[in-house]
Design a protein around this ligand. Structure first.
Ligand code: NDP
Length: 312
């Protein structure tokens, strides 16, 4: 019997994760199919309930359901519990287990960006959504001593800080209002800048002006594309990385959870690159301002703007 893995989101018509996981199943001779389920919030409980069936290895969860699935789980791992978000589901018999593989995916991406340098201790995070929660949890567990979170809607950043209250008690985790002068002042004291907003996903905009980017910064954009922020940061002399490593590694961790096997990273990376070149878009924040894919390759620039981290 062909086993099934589903990506549940709204919308999920096209996904880089599908290409990545199907290639991984096929390369290891695992008889499994990766499916896309577009389910509204009203349909979510039934969709998640279906994963209890024996034909399912598990699933991925993406925008806008990552937080909503939490109460539907029978058990949560430490990372899912800490972030309050689930991007991967596995089965233990009929019981469903919620995981958050964005956290290890982010840590690997940051580690790679930092390279041989000593891991910094101060970070600025732009954004306060599900991705930002994985980032902040990752930074806390990596020993960061000061993390400042900026968000367009301050209350959401404040909610994030409150959520991490206890686990961040030993360090300084602050929410700050989105003012360029405050971001600039914080960046001047900081080595690591993470963009966990979706600004740059569907447009060629940057969340911050180029003048405030310093050459000593390490800049990670969760979006899987050479965003304007990354281009500006590179021009300023900063060290930069996009969301590819995070996307790949959150996927690899999910693959291992479903199959018990090491993920074929090279195969997955190749499949991602091919899907990206072919204009496949992410399930995360499906672009609204671009034409629907028609089967024709999307011009490289448009597709680079369109892709981003999947169920991560
Ligand atoms: P959410 O929808 O949960 O959060 C979106 C964030 O972007 C919020 O902080 C929101 O601010 C902010 N934002 C959106 N539009 C604007 C705007 N016009 N101006 C200012 N702020 C804005 O999404 P996620 O956290 O799940 O994802 C965020 C990004 O990270 C996406 O681009 C996603 O693709 C990427 N990602 C990549 C992963 C990877 O594996 N590489 C994994 C997870 C995410 P507000 O709260 O004020 O609306």
């Amino acid at each position: 019997m062909t086993k099934r893995v589903v990506l549940i989101g709204h919308p999920v018509a096209h996904s880089l994760s599908g290409a990545m996981h199907q290639a991984a199943f096929d390369s290891l001779g695992i008889d499994a199919a990766y499916e896309f389920w577009d389910r509204s919030p009203m349909e979510l409980a039934d969709a998640v309930g279906a994963l209890r069936g024996d034909d399912f290895l598990g699933g991925n969860v993406t925008i806008p359901h990552k937080e909503r699935v939490v109460p539907l789980m029978d058990r949560m791992t430490e990372e899912a519990h800490a972030t309050g978000a689930v991007n991967t589901i596995t089965r233990e018999g009929k019981r469903l287990v919620g995981h958050n593989t964005d956290v290890p995916g982010f840590k690997i991406a940051l580690d790679k960006l930092v390279g041989k340098q000593k891991m910094p201790r101060y970070a600025v995070v732009l954004g306060a959504g599900g991705g930002a929660r994985a980032v902040v949890h990752g930074l806390i567990t990596l020993g960061f001593q000061r993390i400042v979170v900026f968000n367009r809607h301050l209350h959401r950043a404040e909610g994030l800080v409150k959520h991490f209250g206890r686990s961040a008690a030993h360090m300084e985790l602050r929410a700050m209002p989105w003012h360029e002068s405050i971001i600039e002042a914080e960046l001047a004291k900081t080595k690591v800048l993470i963009n966990a907003t979706s600004i740059g996903l569907t447009s060629d905009l940057s969340p911050i002006p180029p003048e405030i980017l310093q050459p000593n910064l390490l800049v990670l954009d969760l979006i899987y594309a050479q965003t304007r922020l990354l281009r500006d940061a590179k021009s300023a002399g900063a060290t930069v990385a996009d969301g590819e490593v995070m996307l790949l590694n959150q996927g690899a961790a999910a693959f291992t959870l479903w199959t018990g096997q090491a993920a074929p990273l090279d195969v997955m990376q190749e499949a991602l690159a091919a899907a990206r070149a072919g204009g496949v878009r992410s399930a995360e924040g499906e672009p609204t301002g671009l034409p629907e894919p028609s089967g024709e390759p999307v011009p490289a620039e448009a597709s680079a703007e369109a892709v981003a981290g999947d169920p991560g």
